[in-house]
Design a protein. Structure first.
Length: 137
């Protein structure tokens, strides 16, 4: 039997401080419909020299947490939390997966959008850039 899980039931929580100093995390009030995948990457630096045997050589550089988006049902009277996160600039966040796994990290909010006003559900988007390490628990 598989241990795979869906994202249904995932919770996004906002910390009470910034820069990794949060001790209390509270679920965001907006109706979150999608949390983009958190990714990590590492820079590389060319270390090729004249004795590299005709092959490029690289050394590992700094790690980056990448950028991701949070999509939510945009209700103008209830979007204050996401706008407040954008205005704050930097936030501490936790993502709680349905299986109990937790990702905790700091992020800089780089974008906010109310989405389209049309004949279907309006969705807002918050875009974040991870700052520092991601803690997995």
């Amino acid at each position: 039997m598989t241990d795979a899980v869906t994202g249904h039931g995932t919770i996004l929580k906002l910390g009470d401080a910034v820069g990794g100093a949060s001790t209390v995390y509270t679920q965001v009030s907006e109706e979150v419909t999608n949390i983009g995948g958190v990714s990590m990457s590492r820079a590389t630096h060319d270390a090729t020299h004249l004795g590299s045997g005709g092959w490029e050589e690289f050394i590992a550089g700094l790690k980056s947490g990448g950028e991701f988006s949070v999509v939510f049902n945009y209700v103008p009277s209830a979007a204050g939390g996401m706008v407040a996160m954008f205005n704050a600039g930097a936030v501490d966040l936790q993502i709680l997966a349905p299986n109990g796994a937790t990702l905790t990290f700091s992020a800089v909010v780089t974008g906010w959008s109310s989405g389209d006003f049309n004949n279907v559900k309006s969705e807002g988007t918050l875009t974040l850039k991870i700052s520092g390490a991601v803690a997995f628990a």
